[in-house]
Design a protein around this ligand. Structure first.
Ligand SMILES: Nc1nc2c(ncn2[C@@H]2O[C@H](COP(=O)(O)OP(=O)(O)OP(=O)(O)O)[C@@H](O)[C@H]2O)c(=O)[nH]1
Ligand SMILES: [Mg+2]
Length: 318
């Protein structure tokens, strides 16, 4: 399952107690204060790991608690610090503070992290010649996590346009391909390698149909993943019965983007007509070209026609 939002509670560790203790021997009958300090409570850090791809782990776990600091001991012994708890999230996770309603950090790439809860400071022992005090509580926070995939290019288009076929053709991603709508039920990420050691990240954004922005079909659930790409490959099925249908499909997708968020429609698009191997497609392609007056790259994702040209076009736009 592809989970892209989560609510969690993070609770850093409490500081350990400082203790009251007295060392006594024949020479020190009154006792000499030697109570050690408590250790600090463990911090909680959220960090990007490339081994994690969704927020599914947070579906079954709400509370994340770091270890408390150990208590001090006699003979000035300091308590152990609580271990730091590291929570792993995928690239592209935004971390919000729920009560402050503010974005704490956008964790973009591997290794990015943020300290979300500070462990409590350990209490002072009486070795300082002052009374011992308990440790402080660790910080507790409610967080909202939102994953917005980070890809260079997003493939958008109606169901059955051939988005999965294209992404499997040009990357190592292998989503299911079938001749019915909504085969792909969650975004798919792929890496396209080209030239000498060059690569870009591409994402299939599934489920766009008429009224997606109102929740139809898979709704606008995945449109958040269309927000952070640099541009789109707008994939159109050219093999439809009539050229008018092809044109209206094209307009439909643009309309949905616009209705979801205006800024999506101002993102550049490489317009790609798919299924050019089917006879009907050539005629529809001409009609579309004349009507929208934009460049269209014709391909067959299935038969690998025009795909190299498309990769070149993407590369030069990047
Ligand atoms: N003839 C032909 N068929 C194609 C081509 N590309 C895809 N198809 C077929 O079109 C159908 C849909 O392909 P998918 O890749 O699953 O389409 P999709 O856009 O990912 O669809 P959803 O995930 O359902 O939104 C499948 O039957 C594919 O085999 C093509 O270039 N030529
Ligand atoms: Mg698909």
């Amino acid at each position: 399952m592809f989970i892209d939002t989560a609510k969690i509670i993070v609770q850093a560790g409490k500081g350990g107690k400082g203790i009251d203790s007295f060392y006594r021997d024949k020479l020190n009958m009154k006792g000499f204060p030697d109570g050690g300090d408590g250790g600090h409570g463990g911090d909680i850090i959220i960090r990007v790991s490339t081994n994690v791809h969704t927020l599914i782990n947070f579906r079954y776990r709400l509370l994340f608690k770091a270890k408390n600091g150990g208590h001090g001991g006699s003979n000035q012994k300091r308590g152990k610090n609580g271990d730091i708890l590291i929570i792993e999230v995928p690239e592209g996770t935004l971390v919000y503070d729920v009560s402050r309603k503010s974005l704490l950090k956008d964790l973009v790439k591997a290794g990015d992290d943020i300290l979300v809860a500070k462990g409590g400071i350990g209490g002072r022992g009486n070795r300082s010649h002052k009374n011992a005090i308990p440790g402080e509580d660790g910080q507790e926070r409610k967080l909202f996590l939102e994953l917005k995939l980070i890809a260079d290019v997003g493939i958008i288009g109606l169901p059955n346009a051939g988005k999965s076929t294209l992404i499997s053709r040009i990357s190592k991603a292998h989503p299911r391909i079938a001749a019915f709508a909504f085969t792909t039920k969650s975004p798919v990420l792929g890496v396209v390698e080209y030239g000498q050691d060059k690569r870009f990240k591409i994402a299939e954004i599934p489920g766009l149909i008429k009224d997606s922005h109102k929740g139809k079909g898979l709704g606008d659930k995945f449109l958040r993943h269309a927000e952070r790409t640099k541009f789109y490959i707008h994939l159109i099925d050219l093999s439809k019965e009539s050229p008018e249908e092809v044109l209206s499909d094209y307009n439909r997708i643009n309309r949905e983007l616009e209705l979801y968020k205006e800024k999506l429609i101002s993102k550049p698009q490489i317009i790609v007509g798919n299924k050019i191997d089917i006879k009907k497609s050539k005629e529809n392609l001409e009609f579309l070209r004349e009507n929208i007056k934009k460049d269209i790259i014709a391909i067959s994702a299935k038969e690998a026609i025009g795909v190299d040209e498309l990769i070149k076009a993407v590369a030069s736009k990047l």
